[in-house]
Write a protein that binds this ligand. Structure first.
Ligand SMILES: *Cc1c(COP(=O)(O)O)cnc(C)c1O
Length: 460
């Protein structure tokens, strides 16, 4: 362990030296960080000794919960045996080979090859280079454009942030890079009021077709999307959306990329989100849940259509990372995926805790602040509204989500705010009793937020 310091000392040193990701540095320095010191199961403990229920699985990743011996032992053993060797220059290590084999087993049948990276962002950078390379090899180098969606999250590197549809990110650093286009997201509250879910799903999918026709199909390389947009606020698309996207991709022959960084490895109640939503992607990005976040690892599953061309006609693919196939990361991923299987976590989300969470969320719909309450597997989102009947939003300057999040922190619950949406993605090992405990905390924090809104006259 690190040295013993008081919370105030940690905070002082932290703000003196540590530039945090996605953080207003000055604001954080004034307030001081929350210091997390240890964890077990679905709970964290901060430096003040507070116990916190982690309903976000760290950052959507600690699917097997904290403190799993099998993962810790796998890392320790591999560190002793061979802490590092690369996969460049025609070499490989046993954990990387075994993980490639196991990933081919647990992913849909069209996937038999993997390219390893260190993160989801690097995975999506790899996707950009790989799909353009694919069309190059096939003699269609003009197929460069990748279509994505507004409010998508695909990581923070130049290509990842460009694929993403976050306007705040695009405003910093001259993004998006050329050859990336965005269509609207399948968010019914924003774009589809007055339409049925099914109707809106088709309308939103057809924005892809409109975009393809506007650009010219012969210039479009691929479409990329998260099955459920995570960081964008757990936007769960209507059931008609993804099958229509698949139909359109097939019609124009463009590659379909499923960014499974959050949805992969059981989050939606199937191994991969594309299985829940009914698509057959050509490529899939993964990270986060592949190691339950115990150690960084990401990658791209490459479907047979693309792999065949890269392997048989491609020559050298001039791309790779020092840590592509890192043996310790791969050993942890192997232990993690085996544990997910042993514990039957995917089935459990599908049959048991997923439906249970869905029922709990339905019961929140009567709360005066809750406009919509939805779940998909073990992801949930609440839309906080000023008026339940019309779904009229609060004035954005009130930051109602941040007010609610503040109550969550103060009451021992990590629930994230994305604008007016309060989102959760708890560890897949969460029990029904723990879901009850989480729901009681959520209800209490909603009540406290409501009391603030009433007192301040925000509802009027
Ligand atoms: C987190 C995330 C990424 C980026 O992964 P990093 O490991 O942070 O680079 C990409 N896509 C999705 C859908 C994500 O949620």
């Amino acid at each position: 362990m690190s040295t013993n310091r008081t919370t105030a000392q940690w905070q002082a040193v932290d703000s003196a030296h540590f530039l945090h990701p996605f953080t207003d540095f000055q604001a954080l320095a004034r307030k001081g960080s929350r210091i997390i010191e240890r964890a077990e199961g679905i709970y964290l403990w901060d430096s003040e000794g507070h116990k916190i229920l982690d309903a976000m699985s760290g950052l959507w990743c600690v699917n097997v919960g904290y403190g799993q011996r099998a993962l810790i032992d796998a890392a320790t053993r591999q560190l002793q045996e061979l802490p590092f060797y690369n996969a460049f220059f025609q070499t490989a290590t046993p954990p990387a080979i075994e993980l490639a084999e196991l990933l081919s087993e647990v992913t849909p049948p069209q996937f038999n090859h993997v390219f390893f990276t260190g993160s989801g962002s690097e995975g999506n950078d790899t996707i950009v280079r790989m799909v353009r390379r694919y069309w190059d090899i096939l003699g269609q180098p003009e197929r460069q454009v990748i279509i994505s969606r507004q409010n998508a999250y695909h990581g923070s590197t130049m290509a990842g942030a460009s694929l993403g549809g976050m306007s705040g990110m695009h405003a910093q650093g001259g993004l998006p890079i050329p050859g990336i286009e965005h269509i609207g997201q399948p968010y019914r509250v924003e774009h589809g009021r007055g339409m049925s879910h099914d109707e809106f799903g088709l309308v939103a999918a057809r924005w892809l077709e409109d975009k393809i026709l506007a650009i010219g199909a012969q210039k479009v390389a691929a479409f990329i999307g998260e099955p459920v947009q995570g960081a964008g606020g757990v936007i769960i698309p209507p059931a008609t959306y993804w099958p229509e996207i698949q139909r359109i991709c097939d019609k124009y022959g463009i590659l379909l990329v499923s960014d499974e960084v959050i949805c992969g490895f059981g989050r939606t109640g199937r191994w991969f989100g594309c299985e829940t939503f009914g698509t057959r992607p050509d490529l899939m990005t993964f990270a986060k849940g592949v190691t339950s976040g115990y150690i960084p690892l990401g990658g791209v599953m490459v479907g047979d259509r693309v792999a065949k061309v890269l392997i048989e006609q491609g020559g050298e693919f001039e791309h790779g990372y020092t840590y592509s196939g890192h043996p310790v990361a791969c050993a942890v991923a192997l232990a993690n995926i085996k544990l997910v299987r042993e514990l039957g976590l995917v089935q459990r989300v599908h049959d048991d805790v997923g439906p249970y969470l869905a029922r709990c969320y339905e019961s929140l719909r009567d709360h005066p602040l809750v406009g919509t309450a939805e779940t998909c597997g073990l992801m949930g989102a609440l839309l906080l509204v000023k008026d339940k009947a019309t779904l009229a939003p609060f004035d954005p300057s009130l930051s109602i989500g941040m007010v609610c999040r503040g109550h969550c922190f103060a009451n021992g619950l990590i629930m994230r705010a994305v604008g007016n949406r309060m989102i959760i993605a708890p560890p897949l090992v969460i029990t029904r009793a723990q879901i009850d405990e989480m729901m009681a905390l959520i209800r209490r924090c909603l009540d406290l937020t409501l009391a603030d809104a009433q007192r301040e006259g925000w509802l009027a």
